[in-house]
Write a protein that binds this ligand. Structure first.
Ligand code: DGL
Length: 282
């Protein structure tokens, strides 16, 4: 499920400068989870220059007060504006729940956010029971309550906070015993309640997919929204005539607010090649 941004034909930056197709796109998350979204964006829009920020010094967002997350989002968006981006992707469900309206009000570029795929899940379920695995911040947000009220009434929607899973992904523990124990503890009750469709409501969780699949079994439909976000970004770029010419090859820059060595290791591991990571203090 995507939260649509505004649609303008002429998009103007705060200084009044007209946006253009050669500018980069900014993408951020509390940490490395948003790389699962970056992958979809890079695959769909290989000509675009992309800037990714892992706000690892403030991870996990899910257990922070929404106002703290909002403030981080503001600082990150300011940084991206200084990098001259033409669009911003909030590759984090928790940050979207906390700050998307605020970002759209304050930054005059397309801002694309994400939210748990409740609507597609309700359409997909046959048993009438869907599970939503997400952070506490997302599940407790008003935005999520509105989403469930709007789209969830035709199914039983069971919420499950994924406490600790973000930290496991950040530490690179994708298939450790601890991660397995946590996932068993979270998913078994959902399966016992008859869940046949599981929504991954946090961008870190796709990195745990092999374990989640093993525990949930082959019959459970598992949904995440990375591909839908990439499609929505493409649609908005095209609407504003901001898409990069297809004959160029885009580059990707990585930044992290966390420890340099850790960030370098985990980002390179998840991205599948050794990458350079610049550290930032915001
Ligand atoms: N990846 C973030 C999300 O989609 C999780 C964040 C966190 O708790 O840091 O919600």
């Amino acid at each position: 499920m995507i939260r649509l941004g505004f649609k303008l034909n002429v998009l103007i930056e705060p200084e009044g400068k007209k946006l253009n197709s050669s500018q980069p796109i900014g993408i951020f998350d509390s940490g490395v989870g948003g790389l699962s979204v970056l992958e979809h964006i890079h695959r769909l829009l290989p000509a675009e220059d992309l800037i990714y920020i892992a706000d690892s010094a403030y991870m996990p967002y899910g257990s922070r007060h929404l106002n703290v997350v909002k403030e981080r989002c503001h600082l990150l968006a300011d940084f991206f504006i200084r990098q001259d981006v033409k669009a911003l992707v909030v590759a984090c469900n928790t940050a979207t729940a906390a700050a998307i309206e605020d970002l759209r009000q304050n930054f005059q570029i397309p801002v694309i956010g994400m939210e748990p795929a409740v609507k597609p899940a309700v359409e997909a379920t046959k048993a009438g029971v869907i599970g939503v695995l997400a952070t506490n911040g997302t599940l407790a947000s008003e935005k999520f309550s509105r989403l469930v009220k709007r789209f969830g009434s035709d199914a039983e929607v069971v919420f499950q906070p994924g406490e600790g899973l973000v930290e496991q992904v950040e530490a690179g523990h994708f298939d450790s015993d601890d991660t397995r124990k946590m996932l068993l503890m979270y998913l078994e009750p959902l399966l016992q309640q008859g869940m046949d469709t599981l929504v991954l409501g946090c961008t870190h969780y796709p990195f745990l997919m092999p374990l989640i699949r093993q525990i949930a079994g082959d019959d459970v439909v598992i949904l995440d929204t990375g591909d839908a976000i990439a499609e929505e970004l493409k649609r908005q770029l095209e609407a504003g005539q901001l898409n990069a010419p297809e004959d160029v090859k885009g580059c990707i820059r990585f930044f992290s607010s966390g420890d340099r060595e850790n960030s370098l290791n985990i980002i390179s591991r998840l991205w599948g090649v050794d990458v350079a990571v610049d550290t930032i203090k915001l």
